[in-house]
Design a protein. Structure first.
Lengths: 302, 302
């Protein structure tokens, strides 16, 4: 019995985006609400309310994309960035409360699945996605299906080491020189403030560079070259057809991607280097919502 | 019609190891011959002769493991380390000359498949293998099967970047700060010579460290810590159950692996960090031969 529609829920640091989505990726209805950040209980109630609000008889399941490391054995959100969600069996709890099949995945995995099914990655079988935002997330499509690893914790592509013993990572990560630390929007903001004063941020940096400011361009070039080392690692590891770059900081476009491609050409091996294309994501913020819905369909079909 | 036996051929820089292997991984007969290094034609003839010598009526196919980047579309060896094999359609040529189904793979992929089927990786579904030799090779078992990427060029795990803009890579690779450059047996030899004079090499370095020499131990610790950053990258990317360390330089054992595990614990995220085990390979030089044979069985069964 095929389900017609599911509810996808994309949890972000500032808002919860929920929508009713069909198997063609069409978003029938959608709704946003602010993300409660004061407590886990409040956040869980709000996630539930986001579903209840949209639910009707044609809804067969729910998928959640959350900014968390995941353990799929229990559908657990292990730890999170920017939201109070830690060590909670999200799948079991939501499935019990809602009485529906529930799927849970990392938000960047969900975005990758969305772009693969309906966006920049349509028709590919080997795709790597990087979401450049405050941090850097990742998602993998390998041999024509989402790859999640042994327990669902794979594709933490912001946490590949590109500078052994380099700058310390943020949050719960104790690592050093990770791609996220050296090439994220957060890093762009920090370098912008160091160069242009405390009011500067990543947006202003990109605007200044677009206007031709040489210092701003140099900063973005440096970040882009680091990104290129990260992309090259992934190309040498996966031999993908496509690397999709999404997230808010991807708005910097070729100011970051041109130097990234230059370093990629130096670092990646043939024939993987000639094959791969690096492109911008196409679905914008809808990728996470549609991808979460597809995770919901996976749960329905299981 | 299931084939009973195939011939596996493991091409190394100094010798060609060939054997008749059954589906249980049992090596019935084996033979070694020196690797011709003067020309590609001579090498190809010798690879063919290694098969002809062992062939009988029960042999249904052949698998080659070669120290080369591979393009599986044509079974092509694109470029190689230490052997004269470049831009040659090895699968088509051998299949035509031998009149048998032929499979071709990178030697480190073959070793990983061998260890997964019959060695340290038995029973796992998510396994990463690193072969520490003169260079560093890699192989991937993902979701219960070998992963080769879009055209077969994946798993070049020695060419992940762990030091952005770092020391230049060797051979045809134009990259910088790759794991192979910073943590291979070749690097160990170079650091040994810098510390102990031109007669020193990786073997002597390991022996000195085993005897308690503090400078030798410090060098191996430094290499091990870099290896730890590389392993952590792979753990954060793949969430594997197991990382298998093989190759000649793995003989350094805990002199290298203890510092590697220390850095891994710092760099890898939870829950992947708690799940993964890092172990030594079990099959030694037989891994490449048995793995090549399994690549041959893949060709027979296709």
């Amino acid at each position: 019995m095929a389900a017609d529609r599911v509810i996808g829920v994309d949890l972000g640091g500032t808002k919860i985006l929920a929508g009713v989505v069909d198997r063609h990726g069409t978003i029938e209805r959608r709704h946003e609400r602010p993300t409660p950040t004061s407590s886990q209980d409040e956040l869980l109630l709000e996630l539930e309310a986001a579903v209840v609000e949209l639910r009707d008889d044609g809804v067969a399941g729910v998928g959640f994309g959350v900014p968390s490391t995941i353990d799929q054995r229990a559908g657990r959100a292990v730890s999170s960035v920017n939201v109070p969600l830690a060590d909670v069996d999200l799948r079991a709890r939501m499935s019990e409360r809602l009485g529906l099949p529930v799927g849970v995945d990392n938000d960047a995995n969900a975005a990758a699945i969305g772009e693969w099914a309906f966006g920049a990655g349509r028709g590919t079988r080997h795709m790597v996605m990087l979401t450049l935002g405050t941090g850097i997330g990742g998602g993998l499509i390998l041999d024509g299906r989402p790859y999640r690893g042994a327990v669902g914790a794979a594709a933490e592509l912001g946490h590949i080491v590109i500078e052994h013993d380099g700058d310390p990572c943020q949050g719960t990560c104790t690592g050093r020189g990770h791609l996220e630390t050296l090439a994220s929007g957060n890093r762009a903001g920090a370098e912008a403030r160091a160069a242009f004063g405390p009011a500067a941020d990543a947006h202003r940096l990109v605007r200044l560079a677009s206007e031709g400011d040489t210092r701003a361009r140099a900063i973005l070039e440096r970040l882009g070259r680091r990104l290129g080392s990260g992309i090259a690692t992934l190309v040498n590891v996966f031999n993908p057809e496509l690397v999709v770059i999404g997230g808010g900081f991807a708005a910097a476009g070729d100011l970051v991607l041109a130097p990234a491609r230059e370093v990629l050409a130096r670092e990646a091996l043939s024939p993987a280097r000639e094959l791969v294309r690096v492109v911008r994501a196409e679905l914008g913020t809808a990728a996470g919502l549609v991808g979460a819905a597809l995770v919901g369909f996976e749960a329905v079909d299981r």
